[in-house]
Design a binder for this molecule. Sequence first.
Ligand code: NAP
Length: 242
Amino acid sequence: MSERLTALVTGANKGIGTEVVRRLAADGYTVWLGSRDRARGEAAVAALKGAGLDVRLLEIDVADDASVTKAAQRLAQETGRLDVLVNNAGIALSLSTPPSTEAVAQVKAVYEVNVFGPVRVTQAFLPLLKVAPAPRIVMVSSGLASLTRLVDPASEFYAINLLSYNSSKTALNAVTVSFAKELAASGFKVNAADPGYTATDLNGHTGYRTVAQAAEIILKLATLPADGPTAGFFDDQGAESW
Ligand code: NAP
């Protein structure tokens, strides 16, 4: 039996997501490249297909209930099963606004993508994941989720005080633990990945890591063996402080 494993990566038309799609496809997965914008998604898919990879476009806006429902229905018709879900889509609407002046509307907008997005997508695709023999879910979190690091004056993150972004990723870690505990008995591994500070559009390419480096921990958690961890938070050095 040689049925190909199937993966979905959200927010994958650029940045870390595209690299994760490329690597999973190179490892033999059929990968659905999630993009909220059809044209941007088609361009990313075309580039990867041109390299001979089995990559398909799935239009999905993680902030939109109807879009996520439609995407899950499409995948149910097309494959009927999902082995790997990478909740990668994320935004940081401001990298400089102090907490005291960040508008609640902006905080809500960030949570809609970074927290409610992964909740919405995970719930919608659970029926397909449950068909897989060894389902894996990776939540793409951040070192800025770590309260331990944020209160440590010696941490490189101590001075990065982003109300909506940091707290959304801390909440995402909590969401990760909740899903992991419910699904552990069904053979799921649900973990949060910290890709590190990576040069992408999210931070105006100020990050010092490459997307190839960022993808490593995501790939590792997406392909964990049966005795691998669940309900954890990891970077490529190992377990990270909550
Ligand atoms: P990026 O290049 O800006 O990519 C973000 C992706 O998310 C884009 O494809 C974007 O699509 C998509 N997206 C945004 N809102 C969406 C929505 N509502 N529905 C679906 N897709 C949406 O940033 P990145 O650095 O690769 O970020 C990927 C993940 O890594 C994020 O979760 C981010 O928080 C996390 N992360 C990044 C770093 C870093 O240093 N770069 C560090 C830690 C964690 P559009 O092109 O349509 O906007």
